[in-house]
Design a protein around this ligand. Structure first.
Ligand SMILES: NC(=O)c1ccc[n+]([C@@H]2O[C@H](COP(=O)([O-])OP(=O)(O)OC[C@H]3O[C@@H](n4cnc5c(N)ncnc54)[C@H](OP(=O)(O)O)[C@@H]3O)[C@@H](O)[C@H]2O)c1
Length: 364
């Protein structure tokens, strides 16, 4: 391969797919993708299908090489010949793979998010010592700061005792701690911390409806009628195109080494704005009663609502609105690059929900 080689985990996921597309379209880099087999589909068939859907299959075998592996294994269980290839060629390593389900169990989150990151670092040290790895890019989350407490999260640090809403958050905290330890020991690192990633800023398009979308579905389809929050509470969402473009801009800048970047909305929408938009645009959406969290009693709900509520509990932190994010590094590095901080106003909420309806995910 004649150009810079990027190695990426998580390329079959929502962010990874769009990042691969952006890198192919805007750089000359070659990309080695780690993928696993699923069901009856081989690792390579899965990647080929995704690339075909994106109209990028011409790059397979040319700029793209698929490497079989699973992040839960040492050095991802990569075959000797592929390891040697990475040791020879890899300059940038993006570790994006994670279990992103907010209702993941402690064991699953530990195995994939913490164990997976330990294995990524083990491999990164190998590529650094034996090869020419110049940068380890780690996809963390803004919610490593724990979503259920009142705090302004700084970029270049992790808080001491955060309040976590679920095992996803606590496992990402432990994983980022490992990455920070490696950074202090000399691994050249960039940490990207998006908030809740949603559809494209102009079209609302997203390749899968994960993380916050299932939460919207519970309300839109009338499965739950009460929400313990305040109308003025915010929820921090960020359009996917901003996250992808900002990441590429950050990673190509040498000043981003050994820094962390919050890719979040500077003015997140309120629960009130979301409910108003839903009422104006979709009058058939069942009404939602907003209850002060201190007066909220799960036991007063019907048995069925209690069951649905337990599905929703891992999301509650995201509606808390008291967790805010410092964006000093992000503002500084994006200044003058044409990448503006995202707008997540009512017009954007409308775009986001319209696309989920158009794609058949929400039936309103
Ligand atoms: N989406 C968000 O709102 C958001 C916000 C903040 C941070 N992040 C972070 O950004 C990253 C990407 O998120 P996403 O939304 O794109 O996630 P996603 O759509 O759920 O994709 C997860 C990716 O991880 C891979 N993966 C999971 N377990 C694996 C394993 N054992 N071995 C190999 N690969 C494995 C998946 O591969 P398969 O296709 O084989 O399952 C998939 O490519 C994650 O680290 C997440 O924590 C996401």
């Amino acid at each position: 391969m004649a150009h810079e080689l990027i190695f990426m985990t998580g390329a079959t996921g929502v962010l990874g797919q769009d990042l691969v597309k952006e890198l192919l379209e805007t750089t000359k880099a070659d990309i080695a993708i780690l993928a696993r087999a699923k069901g009856r589909k081989s690792h390579s068939d899965r990647v080929a299908k995704i690339l075909k859907e994106m109209g990028l299959d011409r790059h397979l075998g040319a700029r793209i090489r698929v490497i079989e592996g699973d992040v839960t294994h040492h050095k991802f269980g990569i075959k000797k010949e592929d390891l040697e290839f990475l040791e020879r060629e890899c300059e940038v390593f993006y570790h994006i793979a994670a279990l992103t389900a907010l209702n993941g169990t402690e064991k699953e989150c530990q195995l994939i998010n913490v164990g997976g990151t330990e294995h990524a670092l083990e491999l990164a040290w190998d590529l650094r010592k034996k090869g020419k790895l110049g940068r380890f890019v780690y996809f963390s989350t803004a919610f490593v700061a724990g979503s259920i407490w009142n705090h302004c999260s700084k970029e270049d640090a992790l808080p001491k005792n955060p309040g976590f809403a679920n095992y996803y958050e606590s496992s990402k905290y432990k994983a980022e701690t490992k990455v920070r330890e490696a950074m202090t020991k000399g691994m050249p690192t960039t940490i990207i911390r998006p908030s809740i990633v949603v559809g494209h800023s102009v079209t609302g398009v997203v390749s899968d409806f994960n993380v916050i979308y299932p939460f919207f579905k519970l309300f839109a389809h009338g499965a739950l009628s009460k929400l313990p929050t305040h109308l003025e509470n915010t929820f921090n969402i960020v359009p996917i195109d901003f996250v992808i473009k900002a990441t590429c801009e950050i990673v190509k800048n040498p000043k981003s080494l050994n820094k962390t970047f919050h890719l979040v909305s500077p003015h997140p929408p309120t629960i009130g704005a979301l409910l108003k938009m839903a009422k104006d645009e979709y009058p058939n959406v069942p009404p939602i009663e907003i209850i002060d969290p201190k007066d909220f009693q799960k036991s007063k709900m019907t048995a069925q609502e209690q069951m649905v509520f337990s599905i929703m509990e891992p999301y509650l932190g995201y509606l808390n609105g008291h967790l805010t994010f410092d964006m000093t590094n992000t503002r500084e590095i994006l200044r003058g690059t044409g990448n503006h901080l995202p707008k997540t106003d009512s017009a954007f909420l409308k775009t986001m929900i319209h696309y989920a309806v158009k794609a058949g995910y929400l039936v309103l």
